[in-house]
Design a protein around this ligand. Sequence first.
Ligand SMILES: Cc1ncc(COP(=O)(O)O)c(C=O)c1O
Length: 444
Amino acid sequence: MSDITREQVLEYDQKYNQHPWLTGTVNAIPVEKADGVYFWDYNGKRYYDMSSQLANVNLGYGNKEIIEAVKKQVEILPYIAPAYASGPRAELAKKLIEIAPDNMGKVFFSCGGSDANEAAIYAARTFTGKSKILSRYRSYHGSTLGSGNLSGDPRRFALETPAATGFLKFFDPYVYRSNIKFKNDAEASAYYLGLIEEQIQYEGSDNIAAIEVESITGANGVIIPPDGYLQGLRALCDKYGILLICDEVMAGFGRTGTMFGFEHWGIKPDIISFAKGVTCGYVQLGGIIMSKEISKYFEDKTFLYGLTYSGHSLACAAGLAAVNYYKEHHILEHVNEVGKVFGELLEDIKARHKSVGDVRYIGLFGAVELMKDREKKIPLVPYGYDENKIMAKIQGLLKERGFAAFGRENNINITPPLIITEEQLRDAFVILDEVLTIVDNEFI
Ligand SMILES: Cc1ncc(COP(=O)(O)O)c(C=O)c1O
């Protein structure tokens, strides 16, 4: 624990800390403590954590079960190398296989989402003996070399080097922004799946190891696929002998009202990548869950990928406590219950603010898409280029009033801790409403 003063936090942070994804010296809010759905800065100002930080602190702060599990584990065995067997690692792996679809065999643990997706890329290429991996433009899968190239959003640009080959992109089923007026979900799904099938033919199915998608796109604006899309993608993968990898790093662990996002459409992926909500950020952990068939392949082939902290004891102890907590405290039921209110509040926001083009939500996974002209569907800021930092200003206005969210492009993503109450949600939305009134009047 650090007991330096607020002024020292600011000074040292600005002088010595390189913030990811940000330019130069950052005027970051110095955060002192947190509890439940709130955190406080050093001046005692309280913020609603309406993003669960990076959509990872799913069970909020101060969860006694997770804290106690980590405390106990640190005294018994804080760390043991991956070559040994340990209680937390073995039990969590078993638990994850139990909550995953019945085609799943084994778990490989990483430290977070990026290296989980590196493992997914490795396992898919090795298992199939093929190299190309298809993913979507409006996606984020991590920032290491492979996972960064798998990502579609502009964060991949710095990582696109000749050293990373075989990563191809296709368009998202982003129905709201499509020029085509689809009659229903089936029509939209058929359209997008048709494009993918054509691309598979152009690329050659014999060269494609896997298609990886976020089951429900997260950071890039909570894009929920039309009904039939994921089922159709599964069928295409089966037809052409391609693996389906579902990235559940953000959508997983209760966020959408099911344990995994793909469950809404009843499909079974070949590989699931996970991180974030598995431990709720109390200790960092990620990994992949592999199908029985892929796991069997590695029975007599070495799994040539590993990390010193793979299946870290403290992380797995936290994960075990968190996964048990979701079940024992009926978190999915709560998300589905309070998620209805969340949806109503978002629809109300859309009806009352001309700057809001669309609201998308499932469980407690939501986004507000801001438009300069919602009739013509002109986004408030152009893709990949918010020259005047308009979205950062809007996020700043929200933070000033105690509503901490996150977002990309022209979206405000809202992903509160899954323990949020209806009353807290309604209270926080008063702030969102106030800021959107300013956006209506001054930003469009
Ligand atoms: C869907 C998805 N995959 C992968 C990642 C990368 O995870 P990490 O930041 O833990 O490396 C993220 C991070 O936001 C994500 O949202």
